[in-house]
Design a protein around this ligand. Structure first.
Ligand code: FES
Length: 112
């Protein structure tokens, strides 16, 4: 069972390769945590899985642990040029959870 009050950590790699450790607050989506920490996440759709500007790569085992992507998320990701079936996720569709403490997140390249 997840503890909804625990702040977890994220190890984020930005598009230029720089790495930073940030807090991931309870109730935040992964997209919100990245955006609120000034990473270049446009999130132009506001988190409704319709813009793909929050595309990130997660370790495959983390991706697997999150379960199936929704149909909307998968459709959108498949249109992105750097989509990777094993590691791509839309950060707005990933909720904070204690089990994700300390995971690595890599921000995907910007689409042309
Ligand atoms: S914020 Fe638009 S798809 Fe995630």
């Amino acid at each position: 069972m997840s503890d909804t009050t625990t702040i977890t950590k994220l190890n984020v790699t930005d598009r230029d390769g720089t790495q930073r450790k940030i807090d991931w607050e309870p109730q935040q989506s992964l997209m919100e945590a990245l955006r609120d920490n000034d990473f270049p996440i446009l999130a132009s759709c506001g988190g409704t899985a319709s813009c793909a500007t929050c595309h990130v790569f997660l370790p495959k085992e983390v991706c697997d642990s999150l379960g199936e992507r929704s149909e909307d998320e998968l459709e959108l990701l498949e249109e992105v040029s750097c989509y990777d079936a094993g590691t791509s996720r839309l950060a707005c569709q990933v909720s904070q959870d204690e089990s994700l403490d300390g995971i690595s997140v890599t921000i995907a390249p910007e689409e042309d």
